[in-house]
Design a protein around this ligand. Structure first.
Ligand code: AMP
Length: 401
């Protein structure tokens, strides 16, 4: 069975074509900067006969044209991937916001599309392009099943005490203002991997998943179910990120508006695009920030201290919420690759039973690996995330049913 996973961002499309018999990646690639003068287009193909990598800079005016380019690549007879586009049995679409409507993958119908559209105010940058990706895919693959996998779905198991905000009821009842959480496919994927690694019944487990990429979020997962997460109504909440502030005093936007005359749009840009690591250290790339810190840059050093302290605060909070902890799981660009950040996060947590082994932590392994010391009461794992595979697996499970 072949499944195509499509992840449309506001100006990008990423895709992976899988052979689900062995979860093999047949082709993957991305198009970035759609709509700009020059889009970056790259793909690689690993068919049984050859490997091919391709990079190009060309103008792609919209998502429809982008998807048409992708389809040309995967249906090109020279690439030996598909004899016929109908071989793709299903397309799994990453959809950012499913609101309270979806707690799992769903077959896309007109009704599902209208719900995704209705939720645009909650994800104005993402749901419109996700919808466009669905419509273009329906056009090019009319016989494939189209499946939506929502970023918010994994967190739908949170109890109301976690997802409600202490603001007047009508804002939840009429406008659905509540915490939804994001990065659901990643938290779900690494949770399932961790559950396989823990020698315990799922119902008795307590795990904290720490997704540290450009966007950062954490989840408390008890008995295999998310009971709290750091992102909220939007992906701006929670941890300090590459360019996003994460949690700040809610009165700061009033200060920016009344004292500094900033508009809503300017405040939005400041908190989403100019804050986080970039706001403090001048770069949103953790590698640059660590390099600057190593040569004595005080702002970079402060940024790292703040970044790490916020993760520690959530670890403490989630242990208190779960009254237990079996495993901490690090994932995504920083979580998987930065032994320095992992070491700093886990330092001085021995009171909580968390202790890592420095030499295990330093090992550069691209698969699941355990980095806690023998004395640690809590297991600490590095588990590479795979959001596209998670989407493909959920799609397969749904159509199998
Ligand atoms: P992601 O959004 O998951 O692709 O993660 C992007 C982030 O991972 C960026 O901040 C990168 O700087 C960071 N990253 C990637 N490799 C490393 C590394 N070896 N050390 C530190 N940070 C890294």
């Amino acid at each position: 069975m072949k499944i195509l996973v499509i992840n449309t961002g506001s100006s990008s499309i990423k895709y992976v074509l899988y052979e689900m018999a062995n979860n093999n990646v047949l082709a993957n690639g991305s198009i970035e900067r759609i709509g700009e003068n020059r889009s970056n287009y790259k793909y690689s193909i690993s068919s049984k006969d050859f490997e091919k990598e391709f990079k190009k800079s060309l103008t792609i005016k919209d998502h429809k044209e982008g998807l048409r380019n992708i389809i040309e690549v995967i249906t090109d007879p020279g690439n030996n991937l598909l004899k016929d586009p109908n071989e793709i049995e299903a397309i799994g679409h990453r959809v950012v916001h499913g609101g309270e409507f979806y707690s799992g993958a769903v077959l896309i119908t007109e009704n599902v599309k209208s719900v995704i559209k209705r939720l645009i105010p909650l994800a104005p940058l993402h749901n419109p392009s996700n919808l466009e990706g669905i419509e273009v895919a329906e056009h090019f693959f009319p016989s494939a099943k189209q499946v939506a996998v929502f970023d918010t779905a994994f967190h739908q198991t949170m109890p109301s005490k976690s997802y409600r905000y202490p603001i007047p009821n009508y804002l939840y009842e009429n406008e659905q203002v509540r915490a939804y959480g994001m990065h659901g496919s990643s938290h779900s994927f690494v949770t399932k991997e961790a559950l396989k690694l823990l020698d315990k019944e799922e119902k008795d487990t307590a795990i904290i998943t720490i997704h540290l990429g450009n966007g950062c979020s954490m989840s408390a997962v008890k008995g295999g179910k998310c009971i709290d997460t750091s992102m909220g109504l939007s992906p701006l909440a929670g941890l300090m990120m590459g360019t996003r502030s994460g949690d700040i005093d809610p009165s700061i936007p009033f200060f920016l508006g009344t004292k500094m005359g900033m508009s809503f749009q300017e405040i939005d840009t400041l908190l989403n695009k100019e804050s986080g690591l970039k706001g403090i250290a001048g770069s949103n790339d953790m590698r640059d920030v660590l390099e600057k810190r190593d040569i004595g840059d005080k702002k970079a050093s402060l940024a790292i201290d703040m970044y790490v302290q916020r993760i520690k605060k959530y670890i403490g909070a989630y242990i208190a919420e779960m009254n237990a902890l079996d495993a901490l799981v690090f994932t995504a660009g920083i979580g998987e690759n930065s032994s320095v950040i992992r070491e700093l996060v886990c330092s001085e947590l021995n009171f909580l039973g968390i202790e890592i082994d420095s030499s295990l932590n330093e090992m550069k392994i691209k698969s699941n690996h355990k980095i806690n010391s023998n004395e640690s009461k809590v297991q600490v794992w590095v588990i590479p995330t795979n959001e596209e595979l998670e989407i493909a697996l959920q799609t397969k499970k749904l159509i199998g049913n």
